[in-house]
Design a protein around this ligand. Structure first.
Ligand code: PEP
Ligand code: MN
Length: 264
């Protein structure tokens, strides 16, 4: 079902008037994690003012270590839904377990499956039973075939609203957090009809590289970008402050991107 052989036309996912996978670029911006009502409200205001369409933020965080901040949980979903509504943005948040799919879907417009859960098959199967759009991140050691098979689980269950997200893979290089595989963008477009989103924040792990790799992703044909932005990155509650843009950098990035492609 994910294959272009089966479905030659591009899939366009329409959410409250925003069309993802059409001719316009969708911009998802926001913090790695929802931290407080004030934090997410202020960042939502800045995402909207810059011209973004979707507010990102994790309420459930898949941390590498069990002692790290794990996210604020269901309250974070409420804070984010409130901020999205107030500022006229769609919202995207990560869901990690099948049990939390329904509550996340009640609060967010798009559900994110993180790189560490790309092959959490029970989660994928559960996401197949609803119609809420899913942004499926590529596993950091997954091939294109494995990635598309993960998408297939959701599609096979009956949910056609899947976006593929390249967020960097693990290579021998350690200078960057991951290696953003730009080649994935045209390859996935060749093999599949699903929209392709790029995540240069996790793909590089370094703020100073995000702008260039956003532009490179658009040049490679990405249908959208998901970008971390924080008002106080040095004090963010996850380690992802180092890859988060400052609000003025985010605003400038969107101005530059508009010259490359129309935004949604
Ligand atoms: C995130 O988007 O903050 C995140 C945890 O992403 P990934 O699953 O790509 O590491
Ligand atoms: Mn993050």
């Amino acid at each position: 079902l994910a294959s272009r052989d089966f479905h030659p036309d591009n899939t366009v996912i329409s959410i409250k008037g925003v069309e993802i996978g059409g001719n316009e670029l969708v911009i998802m911006g926001g913090p790695c994690a929802v931290e407080s009502p004030e934090q997410i409200d202020e960042i939502a205001r800045l995402v909207k003012a810059a011209g973004g369409q979707v507010l990102r933020g994790g309420a459930f965080k898949p941390r590498t270590g069990p002692y790290s901040f794990q996210g604020v949980g269901v309250e974070g979903l409420e804070m984010m839904a409130e901020a999205g509504k107030k500022h006229g943005l769609l919202t995207i948040t990560e869901v990690m377990t099948p049990e939390y799919v329904d509550v996340c879907a009640e609060h967010a417009d798009i559900l994110q499956v993180g790189t560490r859960n790309m092959q959490n098959f029970d989660l994928l199967r559960k996401l197949g039973t609803i119609q809420t759009p899913v942004l499926l991140k590529r596993g950091f050691s997954s091939t294109y075939d494995e990635f598309l098979n993960a998408a297939e689980y959701i599609l096979a269950g009956g949910n056609p609203n899947v976006m593929l997200c390249e967020r960097g893979i693990r290579t021998f290089e350690t200078y960057t957090r991951n290696t953003l595989d730009l080649t994935a963008i045209p390859v996935l477009h060749q093999l599949s009809h699903l929209p392709v989103i790029s995540d240069p924040s996790h793909g590089t792990g370094r703020r100073e590289l995000v702008e260039t790799m956003c532009k490179a992703s658009v040049a490679a044909g990405a249908d959208g970008l998901i970008v971390e932005m924080h008002t106080d990155p040095d004090n963010s509650m996850t380690g992802d402050g180092v890859q988060s843009l400052f609000p003025d950098q985010f605003a400038k990035l969107l101005q530059d991107l508009e010259k490359l492609a129309p935004l949604c």
